[in-house]
Design a protein around this ligand. Structure first.
Ligand SMILES: *[C@@H]1O[C@H](CO)[C@@H](O)[C@H](O)[C@H]1NC(C)=O
Ligand SMILES: *[C@@H]1O[C@H](CO)[C@@H](O)[C@H](O)[C@H]1NC(C)=O
Length: 363
């Protein structure tokens, strides 16, 4: 009798777990297509433009050639087939027809043949000097690379490599000065199977760290997978999102860098990288159907739907969410970021193409 009761309870727990997992994979979700105006693919190699950031003058820096530490053998084969290299591209919103151009990286301390760029952050000082930080997954582990952007020469001058035990499995970085920054550790395990267990259980080993120019300070942990980062224009707030379980987080920021949790917003879509529009609203490249994203990350040739959402912000709080762009995967696979400048938008992807849209209508 007791044995039977235990079997029933265990059975219910297992069924619940399976249903919950199937639900969270979004097997029953449907994606419609819409754009804010005419869109076109920007010519290029088309094997990924994972993150980007736009300067106030419309110049946009884009990372390409991500190598996730958890990458599957199919991803490595895809990279090989397309002669992947880590690159930073430049796109000028004032001359969209010129397309993208690769920036030359200069500096003896930097090995460009071992470059796997992921998240990017730009910092412009009051003299106009632009410092660039890029998350790098290379063959020796994760680093944060600092460059100075020489716009006239189309160059990135390498200035420093940050290495630390707390720089472990990094996704994105956000500078709050030339020498201090926040970064997210997406997860802990870099082995594909252990990583799968990590987010299914979930162990929630993702964290958010601040480097104040001298030391690394953990701000928050307990995230299942913590992704892109962006500071508000006035630096009072920090924004980030979790891909699983799809929550957008806002933090208030003290002048010394310390964060406090402020709002948690359920976006009901797998969040990737945030950027800001001129009014301080947040655009997030996201993945509306999780099982498609999983299949796509395992094999980049498999389509996955794309989405750009806009989070309308007021004093660090999401007041409304609208959808700017949606594609069921017929044109653009796996959107990871979008940037808006005047009446145009760029949408980047993890392993696929770059899209340029004229923005005729946006809510
Ligand atoms: C640069 O990286 C490549 C690929 O990992 C490696 O074979 C080479 O030895 C590295 N060069 C230096 C100078 O470290
Ligand atoms: C940062 O400043 C706040 C008060 O503004 C203070 O409570 C906190 O201890 C400071 N943190 C550090 C690391 O100095």
């Amino acid at each position: 009798m007791i044995k039977k009761a235990i079997a029933v309870v265990v059975g219910i727990i297992i069924i619940q777990f399976i249903v919950k997992t199937l639900h969270s994979m979004e097997f029953l979700k449907y994606v419609y297509n819409h754009t804010p105006g005419p869109c076109r693919i920007v010519p290029g190699q088309g094997i990924g433009y994972e993150d980007m950031e736009t300067l106030p003058n419309g110049l946009t820096l884009i990372t390409s050639g991500i190598v996730m530490p958890t990458a599957s053998p199919k991803v490595h084969a895809y990279h090989k087939k397309h002669n992947r290299r880590g690159r930073i591209y430049l796109f000028d919103f004032n001359q969209p027809d010129k397309g993208i151009e690769e920036l030359t990286i200069v500096g003896d301390q930097f090995n460009q043949s071992d470059f796997g760029p992921h998240g990017i952050s730009l910092w412009k000082d009051n003299k106009g000097k632009v410092t660039v930080m890029v998350v790098n997954h290379d063959s020796t582990g994760d680093t944060l690379e600092k460059f100075v952007f020489m716009a006239k020469d189309k160059q990135l001058k390498h200035v420093h490599t940050y290495r630390d035990p707390s720089i472990h499995f990094v996704n994105d970085v956000a500078m709050d000065s030339e020498n201090s920054f926040y970064f997210t550790n997406f997860a802990y395990y870099k082995n594909g199977l252990l990583f799968l267990l990590e987010y299914i259980i979930p162990l929630a080993y993702g964290n958010l760290i601040y480097y104040d120019g001298k030391a690394y300070h953990k701000q928050y942990d307990g995230f299942v997978t913590i992704n892109g980062l962006m500071l508000s224009h006035d630096q009072k707030y920090l924004y980030t999102g979790e891909t699983i379980p799809q929550r957008f987080h806002t933090f208030t920021r003290q002048k010394n860098g310390t964060l406090s949790r402020y709002q948690e917003f359920n976006a009901k879509t797998a969040l990737d990288n945030p950027t800001l529009d001129k009014d301080g609203n947040v655009l997030v490249g996201s993945h509306p159907i999780l099982w498609q994203l999983m299949a796509h990350l395992d094999n980049p040739e498999t389509p996955a739907s794309s989405q750009v959402i806009k989070l309308h912000m007021k004093d660090g709080v999401v007041t409304k969410m609208t959808e700017v762009f949606s594609d069921n995967g017929h044109t653009l696979y796996g959107s990871s970021v979008a940037s808006l400048y005047k009446d145009a938008m760029l949408v980047g992807t993890v392993y696929h193409k770059l899209m340029y849209c004229e923005v005729r209508y946006i809510d």
